[in-house]
Design a protein around this ligand. Structure first.
Ligand code: TTP
Ligand code: MG
Length: 363
């Protein structure tokens, strides 16, 4: 408290969420027969002679020593009976959108940092027990609504929240209150600090710095001489002071709406009416953002969570609901196979900013 008064920095509570074995988990959701097996997503192993790398793998595969970025041939040697699958990126982008929509829905400042991780600034919850309850609610919602698991870290800064989300993976929650920073971080190797790679680690080792505690106790002048001003932030990690705020950095990349039916349905008039309503809804959203789009994607989730998406890119930009509607209906016809549908969605992307000045000049 005293430190906050001195620095004038408000006390913050930051939540970092990272999905567990993300690509592999999405594949397991699509195909539950995979659950419980070592699943490796990446290049084709071609019986051990394959080139390319592992994108990710299930925790069962990790037990064999398989890791992201490892040559796929090595993964094959470690576990030849693993199930090797090629990546289906649109599927993961879609699932990522579901996670991010759920996270954003609570109205806290939000920042997505990669396909499967994001920060929320939950300072307005005021204390750690409330933030912990909120995190458990998110975990539960992701589990029940999206059938995926995640790991969450809560801490006074983004950097520490990110480190925390990683320590109890998978399906973990780690809370680091301000008074616990040094006991939590102190014993960790400096390599745990995001941004400290092999090279920085080796340089720190040369100075005799192995753990974050060593770093915190080291003479800051020597660190600055060696690493420049960035050493201040590096050493400050244990103080809980960090100016890096949670904010959305990118513009809108997509606008989407989806509906989960109260009961799974394959009734065509119901599906058509739903597409009508979704098209109107997304176009209204587009107008609010003063955007026009070129790419329309329809998403269908059948009973049992098998999801299909299909996209079409138009030759021109549009914000017209009936154009979006007819394109979405034709996409739905392409992917609908008659099975009952649990969820139907439309996503618009590839935007241009609607320039009203330009329109007036063009008239
Ligand atoms: P990560 O969050 O690093 O990994 P993960 O979600 O698979 O597993 P963890 O439970 O440890 O968080 O990355 C998210 C996704 O990004 C991952 O599922 C696949 C992709 N990815 C790659 O394609 N190549 C890589 O080298 C890494 C690290 C990730
Ligand atoms: Mg992850």
């Amino acid at each position: 408290m005293l430190m906050e008064e001195m620095t004038g920095k408000p006390k913050r509570i930051i939540l970092h969420l990272d999905m567990d074995s993300f690509y592999a988990s999405v594949e397991m959701r699509e195909n539950p027969e995979l659950i419980g097996n070592p699943v490796v997503i990446g290049a084709d192993p071609k019986n051990g002679s394959g080139r390319g790398v592992v994108s990710t793998c299930s925790y069962e595969a990790r037990a064999f020593g398989i890791r992201s970025a490892m040559p796929i041939s090595q993964a094959f040697v470690l576990c030849p009976h693993a199930i090797f699958l090629p990546p289906h990126i649109p599927r993961y982008v879609d699932a990522s959108g579901e996670v991010m929509t759920l996270l954003k829905s609570h109205g806290f400042p939000f920042q997505q940092v990669s396909i499967d991780e994001a920060f929320l600034d939950v300072s307005t919850l005021e204390n750690y027990p409330r933030a912990t309850n909120f995190a458990n609610r998110i975990r539960n919602d992701i589990r029940t609504q999206l059938r995926l698991t995640c790991s969450i870290g809560i801490a006074p800064t983004k950097l520490v929240a990110k480190i925390a989300s990683d320590v109890n993976k998978p399906d973990g929650l780690t809370v680091v209150e301000p008074g616990n920073l040094l006991p939590f971080l102190g014993p960790m190797t400096v390599r745990k600090i995001p941004g400290v790679g092999k090279k920085a680690e080796a340089e720190l080792f040369e100075l005799g710095i192995r753990t974050i505690r060593d770093l915190a106790e080291y003479d800051i002048q020597i660190l600055i001489a060696r690493f420049g001003r960035s050493a201040i932030a590096l050493q400050g990690i244990t103080s809980g002071i960090d100016d890096d705020i949670v904010e959305e950095r990118d513009g809108v990349k997509s606008v989407s709406r989806e509906t989960t039916f109260p009961e799974d349905t394959n009734d065509e008039p119901v599906l058509t009416a739903t597409i009508d309503a979704l098209a109107l809804d997304v176009c209204r959203n587009l107008a609010d953002e003063a955007l026009r789009c070129r790419t329309i994607t329809v998403k269908v989730r059948y009973t049992g969570f098998v999801t299909r998406t299909k996209a079409r890119t138009l030759p021109h930009y549009t914000d017209n609901a009936s154009t979006v509607r007819s394109c979405a209906l034709s996409l739905l016809r392409d992917i609908f196979d008659g099975r009952p549908i649990r969820l139907l969605g439309i996503r618009l992307s590839s935007f241009e900013k609607h320039d009203t000045r330009q329109m007036i000049l063009n008239v």
